[in-house]
Design a protein around this ligand. Structure first.
Ligand code: SF4
Ligand code: SF4
Length: 294
């Protein structure tokens, strides 16, 4: 029998960011050296656990802030990428870190979910980083929050990136019926999968992989089915943890984020994203690697 295949969202205690976006959903705090050391310890314990597991595992790091400016995350991404049981390790990042820090990672498994934040950097500076990622052969998607004042940046990003780079747009959902029909058509023209993101998905009682083959892990090892349902289902450091993973229907009304609704079985988004689901690269977007380093 094949070993199970898991998708894990990891979020350690790190809670600081070098940027200060006005739409940030996270508390922007500063971490002390002791807090960063604790975060690094949690991450190392998690990596050691992954190495010991028989399952095929893919990850997305979804930090409460920016992780990749810290060496312990750069090193963890490289280390995990080389593990034989890891099919993907991806990180959400604002790209404000040296691309060279990833030179040791395995290109087949490492990937980045990058986001452009208009008030914190510039299109030339950000797209130069994307070019460096392409040069280094590192898979990545690029995204932006689809607020109306960002529309010029959305067009500029699309023009500056090669067509093989998927540009996703996170719909602005904090205001109801925010977009006009013309704006929806324009955004769909840039992100062909925008429609999945702009509507909340009715999820109560629907079959969802979260809690069975997908789950979240925090720094203490506590596992939850997803970031949106706070109930702890087990702790990965318990010997019998795998028994906590069961098929179960969603228990809340709607699911609104890519990192959640991709697990809803009836949406069949595995046919859209395949193995690019964690870093958010659809199957029909190639990834142009200008290098073939491994
Ligand atoms: S880069 Fe991300 S985590 Fe940092 S302030 Fe902006 S939205 Fe928040
Ligand atoms: S549908 Fe969304 S909120 Fe419900 S269990 Fe799945 S990931 Fe969680």
């Amino acid at each position: 029998m094949m070993n199970p295949r898991w998708s894990i969202l990891y979020r350690g205690p790190l809670s600081s960011c070098n940027y200060g976006c006005d739409y940030c959903p996270f508390a922007k705090t500063r971490n002390t050296r002791a807090e960063l050391a604790h975060d690094a310890e949690c991450l190392k314990r998690f990596c050691d656990w992954v190495e010991s597991r028989p399952e095929q595992i893919g990850f997305l790091f979804t930090p409460w802030g920016e992780a990749m400016i810290h060496r312990h995350y750069q090193e963890a991404l490289c280390r995990l990428s080389h593990m034989a049981n890891v099919w993907r390790v991806a990180v959400q990042t604002n790209l404000a870190f040296p691309v060279e820090s990833l030179s040791g990672c395995k290109r087949e498994t490492a990937a980045l979910w990058t986001t452009y934040h208009p008030t914190e950097t510039t299109i030339p500076r950000f797209t130069a980083k994307c070019a460096a990622l392409r040069e280094a052969g590192i898979r990545h998607s690029v995204g932006i929050v689809g607020k109306r004042e960002a529309f010029d940046d959305i067009h500029a990003l699309r023009a500056a990136l090669p067509k093989e780079t998927y540009l996703w747009i996170n719909a602005w959902k904090r205001e109801k019926d925010y977009y006009s029909q013309e704006e929806l058509a324009m955004l769909r023209g840039i992100d062909p999968h925008f429609d999945f993101n702009v509507v909340p998905h009715a999820s109560l009682g629907r079959a969802c992989r979260a809690g069975h083959s997908a789950f979240t892990v925090d720094g203490s090892g506590d596992a939850r089915r997803c970031h949106f349902i706070p109930t702890v289902i087990g702790n990965i450091y318990d010997a019998n943890f795998a028994q906590a993973l069961l098929p179960r229907p969603c228990s809340i009304g709607e699911c609104r984020c890519h990192i959640g609704y991709v697990s809803l079985e009836h949406l069949r988004l595995e046919t859209v994203y395949g193995d690019g689901v964690l870093e958010r690269i659809p199957l029909n977007f190639g990834f142009s690697s200008m290098a073939s380093k491994a």
